[in-house]
Design a protein around this ligand. Structure first.
Ligand SMILES: [Zn+2]
Length: 87
């Protein structure tokens, strides 16, 4: 069993999907982490206890509920970081 911030998973997933549509920006690991950090600092954490199958049902509800906000923040993070890459 472990405790983790499910928001991280949602942000990571949405970031990967949004980056697929972006052609002309840096997508290195450093920029991806910077984008995740930027978005996560603006989103509420969503801590869940992971105990095998039980967590998945909960996760889908959380995902639907927060997806719009997450997409908005991740889009903002991509724009911010791609304009000011930290390397
Ligand atoms: Zn980069």
């Amino acid at each position: 069993m472990r405790l983790y911030n499910y928001m991280e998973e949602v942000v990571k997933d949405i970031l990967e999907k949004l980056l697929l549509k972006k052609q002309d920006i840096c997508k290195c690991q450093k920029c991806k982490f910077d984008m995740m950090a930027h978005a996560l600092n603006r989103l509420p954490p969503k801590y869940v206890v992971s105990n095998k199958g039980i967590v998945f049902t909960k996760l889908q509800e959380v995902e639907i509920q927060f997806r719009t906000d997450v997409v908005k923040e991740v889009t903002r993070a991509i724009e911010h970081i791609s304009k000011n890459p930290q390397h």
